[in-house]
Design a protein around this ligand. Sequence first.
Ligand code: FAD
Length: 307
Amino acid sequence: PYDVLVVGGGPAGAAAAIYAARKGIRTAMLAERFGGQVMDTVGIENFVSIPYTEGPKLAAGLEQHVKEYGVDIITAERVADIQRQDIVRLRTESGATLASRSVILATGARWRELGVPGEAEYRTRGVAYCPHCDGPFFKGKSVAVIGGGNSGIEAAIDLAGIVGHVTVLEFADTLRADDVLQKKAHSLPNVDILTNAQTTEVVGDGKKVTGLNYLDRATGESKQLALAGVFVQIGLVPNTEWLQGSDVALSDRGEIEIDARGATSVPGIFAAGDATTVPYKQIVISMGAGASAALGAFDYLIRQSVD
Ligand code: FAD
């Protein structure tokens, strides 16, 4: 068996693999795709100490750094099941099994998509999912936020300080965000909130977003907004469906519950990054969490009896 088996090759998984391998223990990484969400990102301006980089470049850097250590890397495989008796056993979708004394789960998350025409076409060309990441690209311009839950209203408040104007579109007839956030958003002069607004299409000029179309569900009318950006804030879904029914405790949103050392509810199973209950989902945060989980796994391993 391995000492540490990392599942996931994004920022959290890469940091975990590097920290584990540097302890001189047998380390492996299983990842469907190296780089994770970073591969879907164009400009990155908040990776501390690197003022500007791009997703594929950062992903290549993660891969190169991991490969400098003797980490066994298995890609293009998805894990399907995990079980722990004396050691942890993973089964992949193709039927292979892997055994390890400890495991670090870093399978990340994905943004829930609207699924309307134009969304995929204009992704990274006006359609954005992360206000912390992409807000400054829309300085002084008009943007929409789709979704009136906590993340949507937080995004609107955040963006209102950077962009020219924010329109929030909520499908239901009321917002779901906390009252205090709603009050704050309503108090801002450059934020408009539309309820009963069903986004039907993201519109562009072939190069970038120019607006969106929505259905006013109260009147049945189709309406347009002219915009430079559309922030989709209808949820971040952790890639943990495969853990349903396992002994690893998940929150009601499907996030892996961890403590400050990255330990899950199962001894020997650790987790890090966007797949977990960590409150903020960012590259630097995932990397720090991956490092913590690897150190947590190492502390766990040195306390196991020798047999
Ligand atoms: P991920 O990056 O999601 O990596 C998950 C890994 O697990 C991948 O290797 C995946 O292939 C693998 N995996 C998933 N399921 C399985 C499975 N069943 N079996 C095997 N492997 C599996 N953050 C910033 O800090 N700055 C930014 O500018 C920024 N911009 C962003 C732009 C976009 C468009 C997106 C989508 C995100 C952005 N983020 C940004 C967020 C950032 O990318 C994430 O916080 C970060 O990538 C999370 O790292 P992670 O390692 O936890 O997960």
